[in-house]
Design a protein around this ligand. Structure first.
Ligand code: T3D
Length: 269
């Protein structure tokens, strides 16, 4: 197993084992609530992951008892007092960019949800491709509790997974959903005992990182795009991506290894 190090950041730990990068939000005393410094570090970490061509899967998790409590409300309160502060600009230049960056990465992204995910913190988890939750993780929309509208993609991401009725129930009532109910509703892919979260999510990430990464990147792009297009468009887009996937070494390796009855060795190229 090889470990790589990145330049240290204040509120985010970025590490890499083999070809799996891990971003751990690191303001544990504040349930990893996102202040400007954490925003800045998260942006740097995502950029570093995106630029490193040897990363083939990304894990996002939180340090301490929480996954992420969303926007730091102390900072929001202070910012509101500043003349000219516009929350729409803040949302556009921080949370929106982060969600779009996660969705545009060329690797599978797994959220390992180790504790409470609230507001924009839950949206970060929803932006990942797969979600594995610790049995004691909880989820709350939290936005309307403070008179705001769900953001960071929640009005789009939530109904995609649970439909409008349950999305509205969560957004209106801010129920603190437990992990089992989140699993039942399709909001997470798997629930594991808290002490197994790190090993199980790392195992899934490492499995994905040994797969044909280029094909996985095109698969996630096509699946996320499907919400906005007709079946005819989706069929044509699949054909275009298939042409590109078929040109990769991993496709040749996958096909050859199957015909030769041996395990494939994928390189992500
Ligand atoms: O600005 C914009 O762009 C607008 C965008 C908004 C996006 C959003 O995310 S809005 C939603 C913001 N989040 C919330 O409203 C959640 C607020 N927090 C809570 O409801 C609860 O803290 C939790 C349900 C997340 C966790 O509850 P619990 O009982 O596990 O922990 P706790 O005791 O409430 O909190 C522990 C500490 O974390 C505590 O600090 P202290 O008093 O020990 O020093 C608490 O203040 C701090 N904390 C938790 N959430 C936040 C936070 N500090 C700042 N901002 C938070 N969001």
């Amino acid at each position: 197993m090889s470990e790589s190090t990145f330049a240290p950041l204040e509120h985010v730990e970025l590490s890499m084992t083999d070809s799996v990068a891990t971003i751990a939000l690191n303001r544990p005393d504040k349930r990893n609530a996102i202040n400007q410094a954490l925003h800045r570090d998260l942006t740097s970490a995502l950029r570093a992951v995106d630029r490193n061509s040897s990363v083939r899967a990304l894990l996002i998790t939180g340090r301490g008892p929480g996954f992420c409590a969303g926007q730091d409300l102390h900072e929001l309160g202070a910012a509101r007092a500043e003349p000219g502060f516009r929350i729409d600009e803040h949302v556009r230049t921080t949370f929106n960019r982060t969600v779009l960056t996660i969705r545009s990465l060329r690797m599978p992204v797994i959220a390992a949800i180790n504790g409470v995910a609230a507001g924009a913190g839950w949206s970060l988890a929803l932006a990942a491709d797969l979600r594995i939750a610790a049995a004691d993780a909880t989820f709350t929309q939290a936005f309307t509790r403070i008179g705001l509208v769900p953001d960071t993609g929640a009005t789009w991401l939530l109904p995609q997974l649970v439909g409008p009725a349950r999305a509205l129930q969560l957004a209106f009532l801010n129920e603190r959903l437990d992990a089992e109910k989140a699993l039942d509703w399709g909001l997470v892919n798997e629930v594991v005992p808290a002490e197994e979260l790190a090993s199980r999510s790392a195992a899934v990430a490492h499995e994905l990182a040994t797969m044909p990464t280029a094909a996985l990147a095109m698969t996630r792009r096509a699946i996320y795009r499907s919400a906005a297009v007709t079946l005819e468009d989706a069929l044509e887009y699949e054909a275009q991506l298939q042409q590109r996937a078929a040109a990769t070494n991993d496709h040749v390796e996958g096909l050859t290894s199957l015909l030769e009855r041996r395990d494939p060795v994928f390189t992500g190229r």
